[in-house]
Design a protein around this ligand. Structure first.
Ligand SMILES: [Zn+2]
Length: 155
């Protein structure tokens, strides 16, 4: 028998530290939320609304929910407005390894008329401020099939 030929790269001797890269293949099903991401490809923001006529919550949920969080009734898909206002914002100066946007990208929380939830997203252009009117832009040329395919610019 021969010795294995695959050597790990030694990063330091004290303490002994080696580079041992791992790769995983992760298959992720969007399940009932898939339609939201498919909508982004068609420049649509799809939200959901409860179909229970007795439910008190008539506003849209965005990101969408498969069942109503208030009454567990099935939801219907509704196209949400593509304009909103910045509710609050922040920037990430020192992002973690998995942060997919450039450092300093404005992250925003949006108020959208008729939507009962605040949508977290990011600004592709411009500088955020409280109450700033913004409009949606979509990455349809080379979609990532993630929430990052939706961004906002000053309206
Ligand atoms: Zn409901």
């Amino acid at each position: 028998m021969e010795w294995p030929t695959t050597a790990l790269e030694v990063l330091s001797e004290k303490p002994l530290t080696v580079k041992n890269p791992k790769t995983w293949h992760h298959t992720h099903s969007y399940g009932g939320w898939g339609k939201f991401y498919q909508g982004l490809r068609e420049k649509k923001i799809l939200a959901t609304r409860c179909t229970n006529p007795e439910c008190a919550e008539k506003r849209l949920w965005l990101p969408p929910r498969c069942e109503c969080p208030d009454c567990w009734h099935p939801m219907e898909w509704v196209e949400a407005p593509q304009t909103g206002t910045v509710y609050t914002f922040s920037t990430v100066t020192y992002p973690g390894e998995l942060f997919k946007l450039p450092p300093g990208t404005p992250l925003i929380s949006l108020e959208i008329e008729g939507v009962g939830t605040k949508l977290m997203s990011w600004m592709k252009e411009g500088k955020p401020s409280f109450g700033l009117p913004v409009k949606a832009v979509f990455n349809t040329d080379n979609p990532t099939h993630t929430i990052l395919d939706l961004a906002w610019v000053p309206a």
